[in-house]
Design a protein around this ligand. Structure first.
Ligand code: KMH
Ligand code: ZN
Length: 300
């Protein structure tokens, strides 16, 4: 059984500072979280940037470069940057960091989907920052647009800067979208796919849905793909454990879930990395190092 890649998605652009004091906001906090998550066993990280003063998600390439450079100075983890950004961002804002950071990986969202997290508004009595409630409420009205033209543009730009796309898949039709670009010759196999379950608008985080994606990916790409699974919300550890049992890699982190167990906030991304690493090792699985992850992801 191949070694398993743990990816840590350390901050994201969904959760707001008022939900957890442990959500990293500033470049220094994000860099520290990455370094600690790597020490705990994460071979890959997925990073977003936030306004250091207010925690608002931003596509600012200077901030993202500061984060990426800071990580590179301190550890050898495989860095993946977001091109998903935040709901409401333009494609230009979402893509700005790709040429600047020239990261090994970047997310490439494989289709349009409603990415709704407006119910967060009902849980925050007194938000710390003005932007928070309007930001989450906006996701009730604005879709997460990733048209075929958009996906093509993202793939071409990443290719231009030596960045490998990590295809984010929220529902099963997106696998066919990726296959379309293989058919047109724009994409070469093997592709790298991140199933992201549990987003309100995409497939709920259930074992059946994971199996559905897994089986459909097998039929669509044969063995010509590497896959990982993330699950947003309370089912994060059950579904990532199921992904391990199915032979997959896993993504955890405060981008997807703020808790370490029911009702208890995770104090760090490293805490979540340690938990899924302990589960994997109890199952007799070995965790990939960054070097081994590069071999698996880039075939070096
Ligand atoms: N924050 C979500 C709207 C990605 O990084 O590409 C998009 C996201 C996926 O986080
Ligand atoms: Zn993300």
């Amino acid at each position: 059984m191949h070694k398993r890649i743990i990816t840590a998605a350390v901050t994201g652009a969904v959760h707001i500072p008022s939900m957890s004091e442990y959500l990293p906001i500033t470049p220094e906090q994000i860099i520290n979280e990455v370094v600690e998550a790597n020490k705990a066993g994460a071979a890959v990280v997925h990073v977003h940037a936030r306004n250091p003063k207010t925690g608002e998600p931003t596509g600012d390439p200077t901030l993202m470069k500061k984060i990426v450079d800071g990580i590179r100075e301190r550890c050898d983890v495989v860095i993946g940057i977001t091109t998903g950004g935040a709901i409401g961002m333009t494609s230009e804002e979402r893509l700005a960091a790709v040429p600047v950071c020239r990261a090994e990986l970047a997310s490439c969202n494989s289709g349009s989907v409603n990415f709704c997290f407006s119910p967060i508004a009902d849980k925050i009595a007194s938000p710390k920052f003005q932007w928070e409630i309007p930001f989450v409420k906006n996701t009730y009205k604005v879709p997460f647009a990733n048209t075929f033209q958009g996906i093509e543009d993202y793939i071409r730009l990443m290719e231009q800067y030596g960045t490998k796309p990590e295809f984010e898949v929220y529902e099963v039709g997106m696998l066919n979208n990726i296959a379309y670009f293989v058919k047109t010759g724009l994409l070469k196999l093997p592709v790298y796919i991140q199933f992201v379950l549990g987003v309100l608008g995409g497939l709920p985080a259930t074992f059946d849905n994971l199996l559905f994606l897994h089986n459909t990916a097998q039929k669509t790409f044969g063995g010509q793909y590497v896959w990982s699974c993330a699950a947003a919300g309370k089912d994060q550890f059950e579904i990532t454990t199921a992904a391990l049992l199915l032979g997959g890699n896993v993504r955890i982190g405060l981008e997807d879930n703020l808790f370490i167990e029911k009702g208890k906030l995770a104090k760090s991304n490293a805490e979540q990395v340690k938990k899924i690493r302990d589960i994997a090792e109890l199952l007799g699985l070995e965790i990939a190092t960054p070097k081994e992850a590069r071999d698996i992801l880039f075939g070096k």
